[in-house]
Write a protein that binds this ligand. Sequence first.
Ligand code: SAH
Length: 365
Amino acid sequence: MSALGKILRESIAHDGPMPLDTFMAVALGHSQHGYYMTRDPFGAAGDFITAPEISQMFGELIGLWAAETWALLGAPERVHLVELGPGRGTLMRDALRAARVSNEFCAALDVHLVETSPVLMQAQKDQLAQVAVNVTWHASFDSVPDGPAIVIANEFFDALPVRHYVKTQEGWRQRLVGLDAQGALAFGLARETEALITADAPEGSILELSPVSQLLMTQIARRVAQGQSAALVIDYGHVETGLGETLQALKQHRRVDPLAEPGEADLTAHVDFAALARAASAAGAQPLGPVTQGEFLMRLGLAQRADALKRKATDAQAHDIDLAMARLATERVGEAPGMGRLFKALAITPPGAPVLPGVVRSAGS
Ligand code: SAH
């Protein structure tokens, strides 16, 4: 039993079962034992690997996207380039290097990184020590100053807590984390039903919602709607809201039981892009997409960037570049799943702004 497992069991024994989103927030963010607070989870030796860690091309294309987006938004004199959950800082480092193609954009930039993990904040400081722009860290998006902003979130929303509701004969009941007869963490259901959830579904169906994600998207979209701003969310997830649960726990690239070792395994859920797009529209912004990550990167010129890198590469390096491109932009790479189709990109702009690079106008917007 992990240190955090013990704390959670004691808390439940004292206060009763907790909603899944509370459990997830503690497992990932507990100030002492939370998963992200204590480690660098990335890479082959870690628990998972993300697109910027697969290839420099990913961050570079996002940097070019940001520079072009800034120009399309009317080239505001100052712009906040905000990244939510920057991990090791690799995406931002590669993006800023590529963005040097536009001196005007670089001169307008202030970088803001929103990060809660002290370990990863240090990694970001090391990674960005050499960059020539001003970088400020924030514990939450709320403290990023007003003004034109370009907000980037890669594999961030999947780490935000979700709630589950289960359809029973009497109605929808929230799933709770409680204790079983042996005192181990176990899933159970709330006694009361949820009067506000009226969706019709067969008994046993599960509804997965992320109120925290919806709230954050609302805050971002309100700012974007004020003008000369945009946001880009890239993550794995689905384009339509549906039934079913997608919560998963990963440790050393393997799936484990989400309740087994809280704080020791990464917990994520698929992002509901339709719900995010609805939150953005409701807050007055215009959603663009989502499109698959494969389409997004190919439209931004991934193949051309790979060719340019290969011209200066050895045969072995050229092979790695092709492999990275396949992992980023296609559905399967041999036996392994690629990120090209499961991952999606959703952009948001003020209403009436031009379509941004890589994405398309959403149906109905
Ligand atoms: N974007 C990076 C890292 C993804 S992992 C990449 O693509 O490699 C998720 C990141 O979000 C980590 O940096 C983690 O510490 C951070 N994070 C998770 N929950 C957070 C929260 N509630 N607020 C701020 N940062 C958070």
